[in-house]
Design a protein around this ligand. Structure first.
Ligand code: PMP
Ligand code: GLN
Length: 380
């Protein structure tokens, strides 16, 4: 039997590789983005109680209606933006499934999709397995600023979609209102769909505000928002997320969604719906993670790493160019084996694996782990 791979250049994700290496070498794992402390007892209890009170069969295809209502209320409260719970919100198996489903619902062979590099790793394979063409725009450390003239030059009649992500994984930077207005201007009067990956919307620091696409009227009409409860409620293993979009876009999304997942874990949805009724459950996240970011930065302030404080997400990127000239993937592996601390090299998310000597560290960890990490990083 012979077959030609549809994704010939795809290997195992860096998250899987680095976590396996961290486990093998018994290293502190600050690589893959997940908390090492438990999700809230109250939330766990609510999911248990959903199971015990019968939420054990298929949820509706678009998701548990109470959860969609809770999400709709959140958009109203935070952004003054209306998403109809029945027609414009769908619960997904994490943001990854939402992203894959959006891309496969709209991208045809030879359609172009613009992405900004370094880019989260699931965008490009989703585009390419559907026959689309990725048009990368490379941003550079340490500011990862967008040159909007370059974006304008990359938009063509073949551009079907632009994928954006703020707060940004892996760089920890955020887009300003001016960035969003530029995007709005460049796409107005086009058929371009925006996929706005906002999984870190509640993790943003120093009093800055998240610029959701839904607050820009023209952008909202052409946009999907993707989100992840795994990130918001510290339980990445539950794989529950959602997406929002105007009715016309969402109805195309659901045509695919109903056949690639149909519906998502029901007791988790019901438990999350009940938990979200207290808005502090998500509004408190900024402060929670700002304390962790500040602790981490204070612990490494005397190290040889250079950095700009993360503006959002639970990642901090560190420049190691004053330590070594080693290729970042090799250096990340070396640190895991020899110093017992695992991180994520950024080159794997860049165009042509461009290496800027930057590693990403996840600070969604207990203070005890962060202290240990700080001690190690100061010795390097
Ligand atoms: N987008 C970004 C930018 C991410 O960092 C992640 C990982 N949380 C995802 C999407 C996928 O989220 P999920 O785990 O809910 O599939
Ligand atoms: N989103 C997580 C990160 O950026 C990884 C999720 C995964 O392993 N696919 O670290």
């Amino acid at each position: 039997m012979q077959h030609t791979s549809k994704l010939p250049n795809v290997g195992t994700t860096i998250f899987t590789v680095m976590t396996a290496l961290a486990n093998e070498y018994n290293a502190l794992n600050l690589s893959q983005g997940f908390p090492n402390y438990p999700s809230a007892q109250k939330l766990n209890d609510l999911v248990n109680s959903a199971m015990n009170s019968g939420y054990n069969q298929y949820a509706p295809m678009a998701g548990n209606l109470e959860l969609r209502l809770a999400i709709s209320n959140k958009y109203q409260l935070l952004y003054g933006s209306t998403y109809h719970p029945e027609k414009e919100i769908t619960i997904t198996a994490g943001a990854t499934q939402a992203i894959y489903t959006i891309v496969s619902a709209f991208i045809r062979p030879n359609d172009e999709v613009i992405i900004f590099k370094p880019a989260y790793d699931c965008y490009q394979p989703a585009i390419e397995i559907n026959g689309g063409k990725t048009i990368p725009i490379q941003l550079s450390a340490p500011d990862y600023k967008v040159d909007w003239n370059e974006v304008a030059s990359k938009i063509s009649s073949k551009t079907k979609m632009i994928i954006i992500n703020s707060p940004h994984n892996p760089s920890g930077t955020i887009w300003s209102k001016t960035d969003m207005l530029q995007l709005q201007k460049l796409t107005s009067n086009t058929n371009i769909i925006i996929l706005s990956d906002e999984v870190y919307e509640h993790i943003i620091f120093d009093g800055k505000e998240h610029q959701s696409v839904c607050t820009f009227q023209d952008l909202k009409q052409r946009s999907f928002i993707t989100a992840s409860f795994g990130k918001t409620f510290h339980n990445t293993g539950w794989k529950v997320g959602y997406c929002c979009a105007p009715k016309k876009l969402m109805s195309e999304f659901r045509k695919v969604h109903q056949f690639n997942v149909f519906s998502v874990n029901h007791p988790a949805q019901k438990g999350i719906a009940d938990y979200m009724s207290d808005k502090e459950t998500y509004l408190g996240l900024n402060q929670f993670f700002q304390q962790k970011r500040d602790l981490f930065l204070s612990l490494i302030s005397k190290s040889k790493f250079k950095y700009k404080p993360s503006q959002g997400t639970y990642f901090q990127v560190l420049d190691y160019s004053e330590i070594t000239n080693q290729y970042d993937v090799d250096f990340a592996k070396f640190l895991t084996k020899e110093f017992k601390i695992a991180s994520i090299p950024l080159s794997v998310f860049n165009k042509d694996d461009n290496d800027e000597k930057v590693l990403r560290f996840c600070f969604a960890k207990t203070d005890e782990t962060l202290v240990k990490a700080g001690e190690i990083l100061c010795k390097i």
